[in-house]
Design a protein. Structure first.
Length: 447
């Protein structure tokens, strides 16, 4: 079979085999660390914290950390503080001239930006760690064996060091392993919750088989999940190819140009970032309302506390569409693309170089971004429909949202790297039909 032949070919390439083993080793260290409980914590008394992290924003944080949050682990804060710092630095690169200058300085500027991102991560951790300990004390005070200033200070230091170590693991995977390390750590945390969520859904269907369809309904859910997964792959890989004709040039005895190439414009150039931005804003009202339950909230707070409500998901979807246009506008620069084409003697057939080319590219991006943003919004609110249909809340998260798009994007990126290694050494790729397309153009540091 072609699959086994491909696996044998992968194992023949020493560099690729070494990278895969290194990646698996680092991921194993990360998973083991998520079960190491903070010193001074009784893990048998964490039932209230585990109950709190079954849904809502804390449920998402627990999913991204692979259960480390609810385990009161040394990796409890996970990699999300680093992701938050990366997003802040990206936004500052749009508005602050100093960061714009660093972005134009190449490798030295990138190193400086990474250093600033790490400092900002530590600052975020110093704020988040005491908040995590305060929440732990309010939810599971019996779990803290001996509360006091020494426990608080030492725990803040350990939580901060734990996240920095996770960040270091991610960077080592990127350098020595396979794929983007930060994204892989998030993905492995999400996947770690899948067996537990699937088993919980199986149990719930079996306990109420007569009224919920039993195994038949579970199979229908898995089929629907498969089609959503395929649709997400099409969303990530979808492109509109723009033909570019390069004029013939003769320099010395060599001929340049005279060929037609294509510019692939992505349907979803913004990736998962619009969902992250919109979700962060949607949780702000709930935060100021004191993380109220949808059953006890009233008025304005009840809209944002009810994750399956119409207005919550309607506003959420509109914000995702708006952020998709915003993020696409700041990542895709039609003016720069037109200038590069003109500088290299290229033009779009039927379109005049210069201003007309900029307007044409901007028009194409606007047209393909609309269906991409609408589908992205539908994927984001799909878990709400799943919960309304009676799917267990933990399993419903896999029907869409940030978790599904992260899984799709990271898997495609990793397979693309394996494909490149195979083709570089004249082996058949993973697919017969052609190369795998990853999430090129999406910042790896921000998922």
């Amino acid at each position: 079979m072609k699959l086994f032949e491909t696996i044998r070919n992968i194992w023949k390439i020493e560099d690729l085999k070494s990278r895969i083993v290194t990646t698996l080793g680092f991921l194993l260290i990360y998973r083991l660390g998520s079960f190491i409980v903070l010193p001074g914590i009784d893990p048998t008394q964490l039932s209230a914290l585990k109950s709190q992290t079954r849904d809502g924003v804390l449920g998402l944080l627990d999913m991204f950390s692979g259960g480390a949050f609810s385990n009161a682990s040394i990796f409890a804060l996970g990699i999300m503080p680093y992701i938050s710092a990366s997003i802040v630095i990206q936004l500052m690169g749009i508005a602050v001239p100093y960061f714009q200058k660093l972005q134009r300085e190449g490798e030295s500027g990138r190193r400086k930006i990474n250093q600033i991102t790490r400092y900002l991560t530590v600052l975020i951790l110093v704020v988040q760690a005491p908040g995590y300990l305060a929440n732990l004390a309010s939810q599971s005070s019996a779990a803290i064996v001996q509360a006091g200033w020494f426990f608080n200070i030492s725990s803040v230091i350990i939580l901060t060091a734990g996240t920095m170590f996770v960040m270091w693991l991610g960077e080592r995977i990127t350098d020595k392993g396979l794929g983007n390390g930060i994204s892989l750590l998030i993905m492995i945390g999400i996947i770690a919750r899948l067996p537990q969520s699937l088993f919980a859904e199986f149990v719930s269907r079996m306990e109420a088989a007569s009224g919920s369809g039993g195994l038949v309904m579970l199979l229908i859910e898995i089929v629907v999940l498969f089609f959503i997964f395929v649709g997400s792959i099409l969303l990530v890989q979808g492109t509109r190819r723009i033909p570019v004709q390069y004029a013939k040039r003769i320099v010395g005895n060599k001929q340049y140009g005279g060929v037609r190439q294509y510019i692939p414009l992505k349907v979803n150039a913004a990736g998962v970032m619009p969902i992250i931005f919109a979700q962060a804003i949607m949780f702000i009202p709930v935060t100021f309302a004191g993380f109220v339950d949808s059953e006890t909230a009233t008025g304005f707070a009840s809209i944002f506390a009810n994750f399956t409500g119409f207005w919550y998901n309607f506003i959420f979807a509109l914000m995702i569409i708006a952020f998709t246009y915003f993020y696409t506008a700041i990542t895709i620069n039609p003016t720069q693309m037109a200038e590069d084409m003109k500088r290299n003697g290229g033009f779009i057939p039927g379109i005049k170089p210069g201003k007309k080319t900029v307007e044409y590219l901007d028009s194409i991006m606007s047209k393909i971004t609309l269906p991409g943003s609408v589908f992205l919004a539908l994927v984001a609110i799909m878990p709400a429909f799943a919960m309304i249909a009676g799917v267990d809340q933990g399993f419903a998260h896999f029907f869409g949202g940030t978790s599904l798009l992260i899984l799709v994007g990271v898997v495609l990126d990793t397979l693309q790297q394996i494909e490149s290694h195979l083709l570089m050494r004249h082996y058949d790729g993973l697919l017969k039909s052609g190369r795998i397309t990853g999430r090129a153009g999406v910042s790896a540091s921000a998922i």
